[in-house]
Design a protein around this ligand. Structure first.
Ligand code: HEM
Length: 146
């Protein structure tokens, strides 16, 4: 699958101008729509976490033209997520929260093409993180099996 790099870059340039707004909305949406996720962040310093999440999104978008670096970083991130209690079924939840938040922050720049570009990019991110996580295959939902 070839990602729509230019569309991802140009839309994310707009998000970078509103980092705090974006991350605040992201976690508000996540915990409002999926309250069952909240315990995973029970001992987390949320302001720091928001900065880390944003940094990793910056890295993902900056590395779209350098897939090898991206692969390594995301596999490592996926491995670490096991220790945070994250399960494969949580990835679609975060994905839909990401799209919802991008949509509200991008306003009229959120077009069907932008939506498709981010949805495909998130699928790739999920695939690489789950690969790095090496969950036992029986807990992987079929579409995430390697
Ligand atoms: C696009 C996918 C994701 C990205 C880019 C991402 C990014 C990050 C980053 C950068 C950290 C900081 C720690 C580290 O670097 O290891 C982190 C921690 C964490 N993430 Fe994610 N994450 C993703 C998916 C998820 C999912 C699906 C969940 C499940 C709800 C989740 C829950 C957590 C938790 C609980 C922590 C630990 C916070 C702590 O330190 O207490 N993440 N994530």
């Amino acid at each position: 699958m070839s990602l729509s790099v230019e569309l991802l870059e140009s839309s994310f340039a707009q998000i970078r101008e509103q980092e705090l707004d974006f991350t605040t909305h992201f976690y508000t949406n996540l915990f409002t729509d999926y309250p069952e996720i909240k315990p995973l962040f029970a001992n987390t310093h949320m302001e720091e976490q928001a900065k880390k999440l944003f940094k990793s999104l910056v890295l993902v978008v900056a590395s779209l033209r350098n897939p090898d670096a991206l692969t390594k970083a995301l596999e490592g991130l996926g491995t670490r997520h096991i220790q945070y209690g994250v399960l494969p079924e949580h990835y679609p939840v975060v994905g839909s929260t990401l799209l919802k938040t991008l949509s509200s922050c991008l306003g009229s720049a959120w077009t069907p093409n932008t939506e498709q570009a981010w949805s495909e990019a998130y699928a790739v991110v999920t695939e690489l993180m789950l690969k790095g996580a090496k969950y036992p295959t029986e807990i992987l939902v079929p579409r995430y099996k390697n």
